[in-house]
Design a protein around this ligand. Structure first.
Ligand SMILES: [Zn+2]
Length: 106
């Protein structure tokens, strides 16, 4: 059964129903990235302009509350959006090894 939903994390349409939340909302699960989410009006993708602006501001290391105020999105939407962005980032964290200037032996 195909559901007309889009995964907020990976954009996949392979969404299956996954029971309901405590509040009785339909819960969904993405079959591609396993993200679970509920159909929430707050989670409707923002229009492209707003999202582009959010993306820009996120790069500026502005506090999320400030971004939410500036762009008019809700704090919770923004938090979920950021979480989704982080989840979408491949798990290969870029770790720059610190050069230790430890003198060994002699
Ligand atoms: Zn997904």
């Amino acid at each position: 059964m195909r559901i007309e939903m889009t995964c907020p994390t990976c954009g996949s349409h392979e969404i299956s129903k996954n029971g309901t939340t405590r509040r009785g909302k339909q819960n969904y699960k993405c079959r591609d990235c396993n993200r679970q989410f509920v159909e929430d009006p707050q989670w409707k993708p923002k229009d492209k302009n707003t999202q582009a602006l959010v993306n820009l501001l996120l790069l500026e290391k502005i506090p999320l509350a400030g971004i939410a105020r500036a762009t008019g999105v809700s704090d919770s939407w923004l938090q979920d959006y950021v979480n989704a962005c982080y989840e979408a980032v491949p798990k290969t964290a870029e770790v720059v090894p610190k050069v230790k200037s430890k003198l060994k032996g002699v």
